[in-house]
Design a protein around this ligand. Structure first.
Ligand code: PBG
Length: 329
């Protein structure tokens, strides 16, 4: 009761504020997404993601060493595949000498201790820009899950520590887990994109990989038949529970800032580590406003990231990882 309790006493100066601070950010919190392209000496800025780049394998090596020196110990790999290698079945995804498989080896060679996670979904390889195989205007579930399991094996063989299925097919975690066990990859983990919403915030990412759904008859124009309806809350718990039952080691909520309620729900309900993905559109928004001088870049970056910790996230995938770590060190 006032004046016995004056809450401002705990905010008097930085020393007391830091003493009672409930959440902190460290390099250990981050998973760094990396975009990889073919070529040599390539470091191309992504138009809708200022100061974020696609790297060819030779420069990926330097980038990974830099991350390691900053204390960033986990990466999440994505590849940009040229159009002539794309088809409806994701054939190139299984190429043992494909860009992803070489990227995994490149990171492991450059930095053996770096934890390598790989995106598992067909969209970068799909001529239709979908996460699964398209047949008669539909994304066919079980056949897609089988290909994703093969893709996961291929990544594990190349040296991936974790596979990260981002496709939202039903039952794919079980299919992948069983395939990994069968092939002896018992230590290869699964970080499942468990509650992944059909979000317009993925726009810049699809620019980065040229992976948006194509505009053709009999090809769905969006991903709403597999990614979740953003009006739903309890469905996220059903999705997450299934993925844990099927063998997911880490679960994820995606996007981040507009889904903090879901992060908290998932954290309260389950006892596995919870990841959140601050997606490309969130990054782009902050960058654009900062460029205009409308927001303070560093302060907003830090505030948005801390919000994930407060909401209950154990792991944050963010394009800001490197910038934040530099800022707080
Ligand atoms: C591929 C995938 C997407 C993202 C991560 N993996 C795009 C999508 O589902 O369309 C989005 C990441 C981002 O926007 O930063 N399945």
């Amino acid at each position: 009761m006032f004046p016995l309790r004056r809450n401002r006493r705990l905010r008097t100066n930085e020393a007391i504020r830091s003493l009672v601070r409930e959440n902190t950010i460290t390099p250990n919190d981050f998973l760094v997404p990396l975009f990889v392209v073919e070529g040599k000496g390539v470091k191309e800025e992504i138009a809708s993601m200022p100061n974020y780049f696609r790297f060819s394998l030779d420069l990926l090596e330097n980038e990974v060493k830099t991350l390691w020196s900053l204390g960033l110990k986990s990466v999440l790999l994505f590849v940009k595949v040229s159009d002539n290698l794309k088809d409806n079945a994701g054939t190139e995804a299984l190429n043992p000498n494909g860009l992803m498989q070489r990227a995994i080896k490149t990171v492991k060679n450059a930095c053996p201790e770096m934890l390598v996670m790989t995106d598992v979904a067909l969209d970068p390889y799909s001529s239709y820009g979908h996460d699964g195989i398209v047949e008669n205007g539909k994304i066919i579930n079980d056949e897609t899950a089988d290909v994703l399991a093969e893709m996961s094996i291929s990544h594990a063989k190349a040296g991936a520590n974790f596979v990260a299925p981002s496709d939202m097919m039903d039952g794919r975690i079980l299919t992948i887990r069983e395939a990994l066990e069968d092939q002896g990859f018992i230590d290869t983990g699964i970080m499942s994109y468990s509650a992944k919403y059909a979000s317009a915030f993925y726009g810049p990412f699809r620019d980065a990989l040229d992976s948006a759904p194509v505009d053709l008859v009999n090809v769905p124009k969006n991903k709403k038949t597999y990614q979740m309806d953003f009006a739903n809350r309890y469905e996220a718990l059903r999705e997450t529970e299934m993925d844990i039952d099927e063998g997911a080691d880490i679960v994820m909520v995606k996007p981040g800032m507009t889904y903090l309620d879901i992060v908290r729900d998932v954290k309260n309900e389950f006892d596995v580590p919870v990841a959140v993905y601050q997606v490309s559109g969130e990054y782009a928004m902050i960058k654009a406003a900062a460029e205009k001088g409308w927001l303070n870049h560093d302060q907003v970056m830090l505030e948005s990231t801390l919000a994930f910790k407060r909401a209950g996230a154990d792991i944050i995938a963010s394009y800001f990882a490197k910038d934040i770590v530099k800022l707080i060190s």
